[in-house]
Design a protein around this ligand. Structure first.
Ligand code: NAD
Length: 334
């Protein structure tokens, strides 16, 4: 891919998407500085070829140090998780505005050339997501705003800040609204995991322990689309090298219910479980899908990995971790 504007900072590099992005950038021959606040033993991937730093990017001075000498900045740092986390930690989620603000300001002031912000489908209003048969959220559906409380407001604020840095200062910002991303080397246990990883883990546990039941959050009819990590990284690189400055969806259009998701994973595992529905558990919106008309128009590309193919890889990776943990008497970390 073109566009070598010098060294690249990946913020949130110890996390799921950040770890994969660092790998991709190194493969492209880029010089990478990888930063995360977690100690190294908590990073999902540590790439020795990168300059790896532990730093809290909610602190302005740390952002100034992190962006020094960088051409591009990718902001993937955020205090987030699946529905169980974001519904119960709204203040913590909103505090990521400190990262978004200090990092963008520092990148602009220190002369970086381009800045990427990871927004989310959680910025879309609840009133567009009340039916399971969601036709797909278009970028123009974002307003009038009524995002997911806490996390969605943080993301919408981050998007608008990028937009105004572009309009007021001519600073080159790029923004995606990621829809559920899944794959290996992601959060799969501990309370921050999202549905695909959680279901892979529960099915793997059932397979290993011989349990015949699976607990599902909600009634199983809520719908979503899920994007495989390879599409996420590919799309992120394509956007960064493009001249598209408006926020775009980056998500799959393959809409499934949570029941469908469970059936696919059961099929991969070769198991059939009795479903126990917990309708008091956090479920988020009723139906959410991505409309990819605009990304196809602007980039001539859209995510292409099928859910079945992506889940095969993810299940295999989660299964290895669950079975290693089971034989060691505990779950193994990433
Ligand atoms: P993740 O939780 O795996 O990674 C985020 C990383 O940011 C973590 O490693 C965390 O330690 C780090 N971080 C948090 N606060 C920090 C701070 N103050 N300083 C430095 N690092 C800090 O999440 P992810 O799935 O890799 O998501 C990356 C980005 O994409 C996030 O902004 C997230 O909101 C966004 N996003 C993700 C999804 C998804 O499905 N994974 C969907 C929509 C948007």
């Amino acid at each position: 891919m073109s566009g070598d504007r010098g060294p690249v900072l990946v913020a949130g590099a110890g996390g799921f998407i950040g770890g994969h992005l660092v790998s991709r950038l190194l493969d492209e021959g880029r010089q990478v500085r990888a930063v995360d606040m977690k100690p190294f033993d908590g990073w999902y991937q540590v790439h020795e070829a990168a300059e790896n730093l532990v730093s809290d990017l909610s602190v302005a001075g740390n952002c100034e140090d992190a962006v020094g000498g960088m051409g591009d900045v990718y902001n993937l740092a955020s205090d987030m998780g699946g529905m169980g986390f974001i519904e119960n930690n709204k203040a913590l989620c909103m505090l990521s505005v400190l990262i978004n603000t200090h990092l963008l300001k520092a990148a602009h002031e220190r002369g970086c050339e381009r800045y990427f912000f990871a927004s989310s489908a959680c910025i879309y209003p609840d009133y567009r997501q009340r039916e399971t048969d969601n036709p797909g959220l278009k970028e123009s559906d974002a307003y009038p705003a009524m995002p997911e409380d806490g996390y969605g407001w943080e993301k919408l604020f981050g998007e608008r800040l990028c937009r105004h840095y572009l309009e007021d200062f001519g600073f080159e910002t790029r923004t995606y609204r990621y829809h559920n991303v899944y794959g290996p080397h992601g959060t799969w246990t501990g309370g921050r995991e999202k549905a695909p990883a959680a279901i892979c883990r529960k099915v793997a546990e059932a397979k290993i322990t011989g349990t015949r039941e699976i607990q599902i959050w909600g009634d199983g009819k809520q719908s979503r689309s899920f994007m495989y990590i390879d599409d996420c990284v590919e799309g992120t690189r394509r956007l960064m090298e493009s001249d598209v400055t408006e926020p775009l969806n980056l998500g799959s259009e393959e809409l499934v219910t949570i029941d469908d998701l469970v059936s696919i994973v059961e099929g991969i595992a070769g198991i059939d479980l009795e479903r126990i529905y917990d309708t008091s558990a956090p479920q988020g919106v009723r139906g959410r899908n991505s409309d990819n008309t605009l990304i196809r128009e602007r980039l001539g590309w859209a995510p292409e990995v099928s859910l079945r193919d992506g889940l095969e890889q993810t299940y295999r990776w989660v299964y290895e971790r669950v079975s290693a943990g089971a034989s060691a008497g505990a779950t193994v970390p990433d």
